[in-house]
Design a protein around this ligand. Structure first.
Ligand code: PMP
Length: 449
């Protein structure tokens, strides 16, 4: 690799970074991360900080998981790649598909379609949902419903079901036939409802209303994150997903649970669907499937959908969809090792226990700092929404957010800022002492503004 001076000098010049303005990145180049160890990362200037972002919601096992590193090295040496397209397969992909179906048996998942990441997984679920209805002879069922504030990746299908204007406007026109209903977000919602259970009912009623308006027999699927992540950690009341399931069932609409963030213990349960005892028809997973060590994702398919595809006698049943890296043997080997470690360390239990401590820390910060308008959390996904005025809920500006995150960095903790929200998604292996450290760094940041 070239030397540090070259990297520092060149930094953002040849790269367009995701979710950033190229000119802004050139003017204010990103931190260059050189090393990771445990839950800590070290930047090019030699600062070592606790990674409260967990990579990007994915490095659940931290940066020193030797079993994953070894599995990757071993598989690279045995077979670095072979295709999973019709006619060939690989050992690790067979084994991981089997493991995933067992792992998510409680959610009713029976088949695995491998992808290269979350956006691919969402796209796969949307496409298979439409195909399901073609096979069933209901070709009119092409529409999708989704939640405002939901995040489902950046492919055209995923961007179309996305519920955040920032990810839509620049790329319109998006997929036709996609409609959004309000998210059960107590801090901001069109009903001014602050009670989570009542709000869940109102949002479910909005779904019912939209279905009546569109015609249930025109809708292929409803997609939702069990806990909304990138939209600012919006935690629906536990009654919401069961209500959605019941409505979808009544109208025969497929339910896609986007578990790209919530999939491997982050919420304190093994999946977000399991939190509320719901069996979706598809689950999209990625990110922590390899703890971020290799790009991999999967769309898991529920029994009802699998039966229809596998019993198909029409001309619609062959899957005309897939990726060069669907079932990448190195990714699947990484996935097998990550899954084994995740189970062995019972990461869901640590996420739940540390999550309770983190929640107490965040509530304490809210009580102390008027700038904190709202705190939201479930397991080890959490957010602080900052406002310049608690009554009007006016969001804080970009500059204020930068001051908070820089001060926290100086205090030894990496945070992620999204709009006026600080998002926390640390590795699931963090300790109680790490939680305290995150709280102290956040406190240092908030004290500066
Ligand atoms: N769905 C959800 C819920 C996500 O959070 C993300 C990524 N943050 C995606 C899909 C897209 O995943 P990827 O960035 O791996 O394409």
């Amino acid at each position: 690799m070239r030397d540090i001076n070259f990297l520092t000098e060149t930094n953002a010049k040849p790269i367009w970074h995701p979710m950033a303005h190229p000119a802004e990145m050139r003017a204010n180049p990103p931190k260059v991360i050189m090393k990771g160890e445990g839950v800590m990362v070290t930047d090019i200037a030699g600062n070592t900080v606790l990674d409260a972002v967990g990579g990007l919601w994915n490095v659940n096992l931290g940066y020193s998981c030797d079993p994953i590193k070894k599995a990757i090295a071993d598989q690279l040496s045995a077979l670095p790649y072979y295709s999973g397209f019709r006619g060939t397969s690989t050992g690790p992909s067979i084994e991981l598909a089997h493991e995933l179906c067992e792992w998510f048996q409680g959610e009713g998942m029976v088949r695995t379609f491998f992808t290269s990441g979350g956006s691919d997984s969402v796209e796969t679920a949307l496409r298979l949902a439409r195909q399901y209805w073609k096979i069933r002879g209901q070709a009119d069922r092409t529409k999708f419903l989704a939640l405002k504030k939901g995040y489902h990746g950046t492919h055209f299908g995923g961007a179309s079901v996305n519920g955040n204007a920032n990810f839509r406007r620049n790329y319109e026109p998006l997929l036709p036939g996609v409609f959004h209903i309000p998210a059960p977000w107590t801090f901001r919602n069109p009903f001014d409802e602050t009670d989570p259970e009542r709000l869940a009912k109102l949002c479910a009623r909005a779904l019912e209303d939209e279905i009546a308006f569109q015609g249930g027999d025109t809708i292929a699927a409803f997609i939702m994150e069990p806990v909304l992540g990138a939209g600012g950690v919006i935690v629906p009341h536990e009654s919401f997903m069961p209500l959605v399931r019941e409505i979808c069932d009544r109208h025969e609409i497929l339910l896609i649970a986007d578990e790209v963030v919530t999939g491997f213990g982050r919420t304190g349960a093994w999946s977000g669907s399991r939190l509320s005892g719901v069996k979706p028809d598809f689950m999209t997973i990625a990110k922590a499937i390899t703890s971020g060590y290799f790009p991999l994702g999967a769309t898991l398919i529920g029994g009802k959908v699998a039966d229809v595809f596998e019993a198909d006698k029409t001309s619609f049943g062959a899957i005309g969809h897939g990726y060069t890296y669907s079932g990448h043997p190195v990714g699947c080997a990484a996935g097998l090792a990550a899954l084994a470690e995740t189970k062995r360390l019972r990461l869901n239990e640590n996420a739940a226990a540390r999550g309770i401590e983190l929640a107490a820390v965040l509530e304490g910060l809210k009580a102390k700092h008027a700038i904190v308008g709202d705190v939201r959390y479930k397991g080890l996904m959490a957010a602080l929404e900052l406002v310049s005025d608690r009554t009007t809920k006016k969001p804080t500006d970009k500059k204020t957010m930068a001051v908070v995150s820089e001060a926290a960095y100086e205090a030894g903790v990496m945070l992620r800022v999204s709009g006026n929200t600080v998002i926390l998604s640390p590795p699931l292996i963090i300790t109680a002492a790490d939680v305290t450290k995150i709280g102290e760094a956040l406190g240092a940041g908030l004290s500066k503004v």
